[in-house]
Design a protein around this ligand. Structure first.
Ligand SMILES: *Cc1c(COP(=O)(O)O)cnc(C)c1O
Length: 396
């Protein structure tokens, strides 16, 4: 079959995105109800949503934010990251995982990935630890849990803080327990492509009361009315104090209502994602020319992304040609992610290409395959047909 990019008929007549939210009438009703209530923001729904997520991941506390990036910024604040501090993360992530360190005045340090799981490699983290290391921000890339115990073992006896970037991994289990309650702080994002959505939104989960208080304050200008925290007491009923420099990073109540409503569907979202991943794994395992992401035994993964690595030595085309060929078939493959330090801003800060060779090699060969719960079985089969068509055509 001739690829559409060379004039053949495309696999699909309508284009299939790599991800899309699932919002139903129940979600709309839940949002509507709040829109007509007394509180649009800082009302009861945010608290309810926080309790729902905390319970779900079995963490003591959860603090909702206006988006996942703001939540990471809050976690860096709570961890006390500031000038001179180094924070280790992976280059194969969305820029937010390291931008939050820069917002806080710290220095992101990139540790290379494991070439099989594509997650940050604990041995590479070990090489990057110095006496300035204040925190590690491991990312559960594609939804696969990082080796939490491995990282904990590595930093035993230090006061290095673990802030897990779980933007991809709501529902994923590490050694049987859901991620979110297993480290100092964990972040989940509710951007429309993520496992559940609030439009924009994010949350930090933690078991640490001190972090919890700091997160609550930071999200609202570090302004408090809490009598225990006020410097000047007994001034009057109107009185509040700003104790540090915080931000307005609050989530609205109608977003929280959407989140609560989405949580009612999370079991189905997860089941559907797993079904599709199983079908892909089965279909692609014998397709010469692609390499599948390995899943570590400790991770019961809920995939947010399905990422394959092209076996470029076996192909006559590079990633760009193959990417374009899929677009012409109306199959919306994508690339997650450009190594963070390749961005012009990071280059300007002095980071050099070549820093993490395995991450860079993966970047040059990776494609994100469409995956979202509302995909029909036909959509899934179209993607598989597309892969067989394009990869077979370009195979040496
Ligand atoms: C989505 C995402 C975030 C946070 O993004 P927001 O859009 O700010 O919610 C952070 N890290 C990773 C890896 C992400 O994919």
């Amino acid at each position: 079959m001739k690829p559409a990019i060379l004039g053949g008929a495309p696999i699909r007549t309508t284009s299939l995105p790599y991800a899309r939210q699932y919002v139903d009438d129940d979600d709309c009703l839940a949002v509507n109800k709040v829109l007509k209530s007394a509180f649009l923001t800082t009302g009861p729904k945010v608290k309810e949503f926080e309790e729902e997520i905390a319970n779900y991941v079995k963490a003591k506390y959860a603090v909702a934010f206006s988006n996942g990036t703001a939540a990471l910024h809050g976690a860096c604040y709570a961890a006390g990251i500031g000038g001179g501090d180094e924070v280790i993360t992976t280059p194969i992530t969305f820029a937010a995982s390291s931008n939050c360190v820069l917002y806080s005045g710290g220095t992101p340090v990139f540790a290379d990935i494991d070439e099989n799981t594509f997650n940050i490699d604990v041995d590479e983290i070990a090489k990057k630890i110095t006496n300035k290391t204040k925190a590690i921000i491991p990312v559960d890339y594609t939804g696969q849990a990082v080796d939490i115990d491995g990282i904990k073992e590595l930093i035993k006896g230090t006061d290095i803080v673990i802030i897990e970037d779980g933007a991809h991994s709501l529902g994923t289990k590490y050694k049987g327990a859901r991620v979110g309650g297993l480290v100092d702080m964990a972040m989940f994002s509710f951007h429309p492509v993520k496992t559940i959505t609030t439009g924009e939104g994010g949350i930090i989960t933690t078991n640490n009361e001190e972090y919890y208080t700091k997160l609550i304050n930071f999200r609202s200008h570090c302004i408090t009315r809490d009598i225990d925290q006020l410097i000047n007491k007994d001034i009057g009923g109107w009185y509040y104090e700003q104790l540090d420099l915080g931000y307005n990073y609050r989530m609205t109540d109608f977003q929280a209502a959407l989140g609560i409503s989405q949580m009612k569907k999370i079991d189905w979202f997860i089941q559907r994602r797993k079904e599709i991943v199983e079908r892909y794994n089965e279909a692609f395992k014998d397709l010469e020319g692609v390499i599948l992401q390995e899943n570590a035994d400790f991770s019961d993964t809920v995939n947010h992304l399905y990422v394959i690595k092209l076996n470029l030595p076996k192909l006559k085309a590079d990633r760009k040609e193959i990417f374009d060929a899929f677009q012409a078939e109306n199959i919306g493959v994508y690339v997650h992610y450009i190594p963070v330090y390749w961005h012009p801003y990071y280059q300007k800060l002095g980071y050099k290409k070549g820093l993490c060779p395995k991450a860079e090699e993966l970047y040059n060969a990776m494609l994100t395959v469409p995956l979202f719960p509302a995909m029909t079985d036909n959509d899934v089969e179209d993607v598989i047909k597309g892969f067989y068509k394009i990869i077979n055509y370009y195979r040496k």
